[in-house]
Design a protein around this ligand. Structure first.
Ligand code: PNS
Length: 160
């Protein structure tokens, strides 16, 4: 069984992430979306909220699972018997960081390879950070996020 891991912060999951999940889930038997639970960052959504949102928006894809993880990505991948890490590449500006991360991961764990998906052109500009910025100032985020996530964002900003 070929198992892939798609790791990220997903704070929150965007239409760009969902596009990568839909496409990459077709080339593996099982895709595990790994939500980084990083204590040194203060995310807008808790790891549990991010996992639940991802579960909601991927419920139509039978071979996708969502889990939170902390620590090294390669350890998370090994624990789940995954041999592939999936990442999206939006533009050349992503490349240096992604290359460094994938090379580091391969040095630590030569059995795990990273596969890059070029982001759908429709979403090439999109990032969770810019969406949060737009939402913070009351802008329209409907073109950036899956519908179910928009209502979670609205609730979150009402709380704050
Ligand atoms: O969506 P993001 O924030 O760009 O995702 C970054 C992520 C989660 C893939 C990366 O920070 C990560 O893998 N963190 C886990 C710690 C780790 O394994 N670091 C070594 C790789 S250089």
């Amino acid at each position: 069984m070929r198992i892939g891991v798609y790791p990220g912060s997903f704070d929150p999951v965007t239409l760009g992430h969902l596009d990568i999940i839909e496409r990459s889930s077709k080339i593996v038997d099982k895709l595990i979306v790994g939500v980084l639970n990083n204590n040194s960052k203060t995310p807008l959504f808790s790891a549990t909220e991010r996992v639940n949102m991802l579960k909601e928006v991927t419920s139509h894809i039978p071979n996708v699972e969502v889990q939170a993880f902390s620590g090294l990505l390669v350890d998370f991948a090994k624990k789940n018997d995954a041999c592939i890490v999936v990442r999206g590449l939006r533009a050349i500006t992503d490349f240096e960081y992604e290359l460094q991360m994938s090379q580091t991961n391969r040095i630590i764990s030569p059995d795990i390879d990273t596969i890059f998906f070029t982001t759908n052109l429709k979403y090439a500009y999109l990032s969770s950070s810019t969406v949060k910025e737009v939402a913070k100032f009351g802008g329209d985020i409907s073109k950036f996020l899956p519908e179910k996530v928009i209502s979670h964002m609205q609730e979150k900003f009402k709380e704050q």
